[in-house]
Write a protein that binds this ligand. Structure first.
Ligand SMILES: Cc1cc2nc3c(=O)[nH]c(=O)nc-3n(C[C@H](O)[C@H](O)[C@H](O)COP(=O)(O)O)c2cc1C
Length: 189
């Protein structure tokens, strides 16, 4: 099993990144291979809207640090994504990554039964952390998972960690480690 993990927080040891790394550890212990990309330390641009991936080739024309990550996702069985909520959404880093996945879509994707260039049946885990209570920002996960479904992912798990307040970070991480381990156990038999 191949896992690609995308970290969307600028805080490399923050709550979302730590939980994603714990998912990786469990996956490795179960025999998976894992590649992790920390978006905040990578040199890449957002989608340029050039439409080359719809008119001339089936890959993104940009060549930067995200190029290999996008290739690895094609090959992966599991995609793990983590991001804090910033301004009611994912971080800018994660949004720029998401926009670049536009190259995963075939031309005329809205009108065809096979919109995605990705092999079907991948699994995903989305980890989102936020300060607000659970009743806030639930649409962010729904919308992210909408795109993963559109890309042909078949099993999409979400872990939302709510009530982050800085001084409770260690407790929030400890409370949620069993949840990420459970998803790894479920995904990797
Ligand atoms: C620029 C910024 C914007 C934020 N906006 C929100 C927000 O809209 N809603 C919310 O619940 N928390 C918000 N937060 C709190 C973050 O979600 C919280 O710091 C985060 O969950 C920490 O995640 P990390 O440890 O993975 O970096 C914001 C934090 C920052 C720095």
């Amino acid at each position: 099993m191949k896992v690609v993990t995308i970290l969307g927080s600028p805080r490399k040891n923050g709550s979302s990144s730590t939980l994603a790394k714990q998912f990786n550890e469990t996956a490795i212990a179960k025999g998976a291979t894992v590649k992790t990309y920390n978006l905040n330390t990578m040199d890449f641009r957002g989608c340029q809207g050039c439409m080359v991936c719809k008119t001339k080739q089936d890959e993104c024309v940009l060549k930067d640090d995200l190029t290999q990550a996008l290739k690895d996702i094609h090959e992966a069985d599991i995609l793990a994504l983590s991001s804090p909520i910033y301004y009611h959404s994912i971080t800018a880093q994660m949004k720029a990554f998401l926009d670049r996945t536009y190259s995963f879509l075939n031309p005329d994707f809205f009108n065809r039964t096979d919109p995605s260039r990705l092999p079907a049946g991948k699994k995903s885990l989305l980890i989102l952390t936020q300060a607000a209570p659970e009743s806030s920002h639930s649409k962010v996960a729904e919308e992210f998972n909408y795109f993963l479904n559109f890309y042909g992912f078949k099993e999409n798990e979400t872990i939302r960690v709510c009530g982050w307040a800085g001084d409770n970070e260690a407790d929030l991480i400890a409370e949620n480690i069993p949840r990420v381990e459970e998803v790894a156990d479920k995904f990797i038999k």
